[in-house]
Design a protein around this ligand. Structure first.
Ligand SMILES: Cc1ncc(COP(=O)(O)O)c(C=O)c1O
Length: 436
């Protein structure tokens, strides 16, 4: 399978989850579209690409189980799609925007930004701390939304109107790479009268049999350039017809924008067809990616392999490192194709970004192997992505490389207790200096 990708032969890619990887057959399949775009840019942009993308959009809508093709549009990436939704709400005083401690950083900062500008909706945060279980998350989520509802009731009494609550839910968290019970969380949102915005950046291509009509989130976004193998800058924004009035304008605003009071029909799709010149071929590549995936054996075959390697490789890695997989006590219910294994650091190791940077230098640059690293609930973890090219041996090689890197990092950055000692020495020096 490695031959189907254009990796540096010396590089072992264990971080497909961050940027995706374009298969060479997909890269080949999109070349004719680049040729068309350059053969006659006007013809391509004014006619050809519009028809092509409409067809791909219809195919993608079926693939994710949307009830109508007009509920799905392309956007360049998940950040773009989620920002479009969150900024298109008309925010009022007393509203609540809720993300999680595990939300993708730039999405929780989007929530923070929205709360920072008038009319300053409240920025609330639901906490998920691993190790945990789907059952606990579901229970906690219900209790948390009920507590937000109490706050809302209080505000409603004061304001004389009922504020809204908008919740951002990951389908699969970025770090830890973990499947959440998002469909149940969406259901609870409905029961508690809370808008659900699902960040499904990692869903398409990793979660087979998506059926959005059935899961029925209020909004949902996914990256096709991650697990689906499309070219980078290809994502889907799903907005059921009942909520399209919320998306007043695409971002950036399109030629097709009509002021809501003058709009007699929904023109959601038209607004996203042309809202600034970009490379439109990545959108077309989603269809080429689906063809390639069918050739590989289809969604279930691909994901069964990746999942098996994530589990077997993760267990082998944990054995080499002498640590554990984040959800091994929960029957691996959070693990799809990304597995999270604890890094063997002393418990006092600092959570500094410098540690992450050191792993990048030591593994990505020096050893040419790289999974993601993150700090969660008092510990460093590595998130390894399993893909069709992955094998358990990659996890074994990684294990040795991590052990070596850890030794060096502990030496370079101290294990926390050393840091504390250095701080104490620093204080003593300061005291001495003051006395002098
Ligand atoms: C959960 C999640 N949300 C959003 C994003 C942002 O994706 P993009 O950079 O393609 O906008 C990522 C990227 O890794 C992610 O993991």
């Amino acid at each position: 399978m490695r031959e189907c990708f254009s990796f540096d032969p010396e590089y072992i890619n264990m971080n497909h989850g961050s940027y995706g990887s374009l298969p060479s057959p997909v890269a080949e399949a999109i070349k004719p579209y680049y040729a068309l775009a350059e053969a006659n840019p006007d013809l391509f942009h004014r006619f050809t690409s519009i028809d092509l993308i409409r067809n791909v959009r219809e195919r993608m809508a079926k693939f994710i189980g949307a009830a109508h093709a007009e509920e799905v549009v392309f956007v360049p990436n998940a950040s773009h799609g989620l920002n479009t939704i969150l900024r298109d709400f008309t925010w009022n005083e007393g509203d609540i925007i809720c993300s999680c401690n595990t939300s993708y950083k730039s999405i929780s900062t989007t929530a923070q930004y929205i709360s920072d500008i008038p009319p300053h909706p409240e920025n609330a945060q639901f906490s998920i701390l691993f190790p945990t279980s789907h059952t606990k998350i579901i229970q906690d989520w219900r209790a948390y939304l009920q507590s937000l509802n109490e706050t809302r009731a209080q505000s409603a009494r004061e304001l004389g109107r009922r504020p809204k609550i908008v919740a951002i839910i990951d389908s699969i968290i970025s770090v830890p790479g973990a499947l959440l019970p998002w469909k149940e969380m969406v259901k609870i949102c409905k029961e508690e009268d809370v808008w659900s915005v699902v960040d499904g950046a990692h869903s398409i291509g990793q979660e087979p049999d998506l059926n959005l009509a059935e899961a029925d989130p209020d909004f949902w976004v996914t990256n096709c350039h991650k697990w689906l193998y499309a070219k980078r800058s290809c994502a889907l924004l799903y907005v059921p017809k009942r909520n399209q009035h919320i998306i007043k304008a695409s971002f950036p605003t399109s030629h097709a924008y009509i002021s809501p009071e003058k709009r007699d029909v929904l023109n959601f799709v038209e607004q996203f067809e042309w809202n600034g010149t970009i490379d439109f071929v990545p959108y077309i590549s989603a269809s080429c990616a689906l063809d390639f995936r069918a050739w590989l054996g289809g969604e279930h075959v691909i994901n069964a392999y990746c999942h098996r390697i994530a589990l077997e490789g993760g267990k082998r890695l944990a054995q080499i490192l002498g640590t554990e997989i984040i959800d091994e006590g929960q029957d691996f219910q959070f693990t799809l194709n990304m597995v999270n294994v604890a890094v063997p650091f002393p418990p006092t190791m600092s959570s500094d970004f410098e540690i992450d940077m050191a792993f990048r230098r030591k593994l990505l640059i020096k050893k040419k192997i790289y999974p993601a690293f993150f700090y969660h609930n008092g510990k460093w973890w590595t998130r390894c992505s399993a893909q069709v090219w992955s094998q358990v041996e990659d996890f074994e090689f990684l294990g040795e490389a991590i052990l070596e890197a850890c030794k060096e990092i502990v030496r370079e950055f101290g294990d926390g207790s050393e840091e504390k000692a250095i701080r104490e020495i620093g204080k003593e020096v300061e005291n001495l200096t003051l006395k002098i």
